[in-house]
Design a binder for this molecule. Structure first.
Ligand code: ASP
Length: 349
């Protein structure tokens, strides 16, 4: 009981400090323009697109709006793929990756393998605004966040720790870790063990002036090798934008995007005239073509072994998403209302 109260008080203080640092990096709003805003996000981003559109309608910068939107998911302990409550690496430590890009200035910033910070996307914005660098990693990223007043938080929730512990205890029957009797293990814990948990939130925003901002933030692959960095904090891989063209981002197995500069490719496809839907599908085809050269990524039927999804919006306000296999979803706010839509797959199965 005492522990819970301490934890609550701690969380309350931390949440307030986190909100303060979120606000600290943001630009002053300007009068709203007359264009209809658009926000697209991964399937876990319905609240993010609602928040982002609410803010750009008030004249907030599109990147600041996207960061505020994804901050809701970063702080949500129920989402085990992002921020607080994210599943940890194989040592039981939560390591986060995040990146941002800002259309009007073509600025970008990112942090990788950062620990103990609830809002890595806001730290990435600080890297963009308050350093001459684009990417800070690990201990250096944490020290930079501390210097800017970001509070430190234990990101490993009791639930995420229980899931990790069960993974650890059931991994190798020959090691010395023993699982508890199965009736003591909640069904949902088993579910997490049976599939490799992936997940991330990307959000791209087109504001009322036609300016773009985007963010991708994640705890990365569950049980990753400590220090593993995915695509999310790599500009051009997990997200990319060009204010004259459009914005794109991704979720799914990050190595495929690192090997294909995939988000850059989506934007470049739009630059050469493709609609967002075709720009995404061409990128998925490229990934499929290159990935199957690696036997570890090729199924017996010659298709890829993994899922990857894209979300894109053009400067003109067209938007689309797509994924390698059915099952992906996208959250969209078209300026009037928010909804979840199924992503179009490249392959049916
Ligand atoms: N793209 C993320 C990574 O590779 C994971 C995910 O989106 O599921 O770290």
């Amino acid at each position: 009981m005492r522990r819970t109260m301490h934890r609550r008080r701690f969380m309350g203080t931390t949440a307030a400090a986190s909100l303060a640092t979120l606000a600290a990096g943001a630009a002053d709003p300007r009068p709203a323009g007359d264009r209809k805003p658009i926000a697209v996000s991964s399937g876990n981003g319905l609240r993010a697109v609602e928040k982002a559109v609410e803010l750009v309608k008030k004249g907030f910068d599109p990147l600041d709006a996207a960061i505020e939107g994804v901050a809701i998911v970063e702080a949500d302990p129920r989402d085990h793929s992002v921020g607080f409550g994210g599943l940890p690496n194989e040592d039981g430590v939560v390591e986060l990756d995040a990146a941002v890009m800002h259309g009007p200035s073509h600025g970008g910033g990112s942090v990788a393998s950062i620990r103990n910070v609830m809002h890595p996307a806001a730290v990435a914005r600080m890297v963009m605004k308050r350093s001459r660098h684009c990417l800070l990693v690990g201990e250096g990223a944490l020290r930079f966040a501390r210097a800017h007043g970001f509070p430190e938080v234990d990101l490993l929730t009791d639930e995420a720790r229980a899931i990790w512990l069960h993974w650890k205890e059931t991994r190798d029957p020959k090691d010395d870790w023993l699982p508890p009797p199965s009736k003591e293990v909640a069904a949902h814990v088993d579910e997490y063990i049976n599939k490799r948990v992936t997940g991330t939130i990307h959000c791209s925003v087109l504001d009322t002036h036609g300016d773009l901002g985007c963010v991708t933030t994640t705890s990365g692959l569950s049980w990753k090798i400590p220090g593993r960095v995915g695509d999310s904090p790599i500009l051009g891989a997990g997200l990319f934008l060009d204010n004259e063209v459009g914005s794109a981002g991704s979720t799914g197995v990050g190595e495929a995007n690192l090997l294909n500069c995939s988000s850059f490719l989506v934007v470049e496809n739009m630059r050469r005239g493709l609609a967002p839907k075709d720009a995404v599908m061409e990128t998925l085809k490229r990934i499929a073509q290159t990935s199957v050269r690696d036997p570890r990524r090729r199924r017996d039927d010659g298709k890829t072994t993994f899922q990857v999804s894209f979300y894109a919006v053009s400067r003109k306000g067209e938007f689309a998403g797509g994924c390698m296999y059915p099952g992906g979803k996208m959250a969209v706010h078209d300026g009037d209302s928010a909804r979840l839509v199924e992503l179009d797959p490249l392959f049916e199965k």
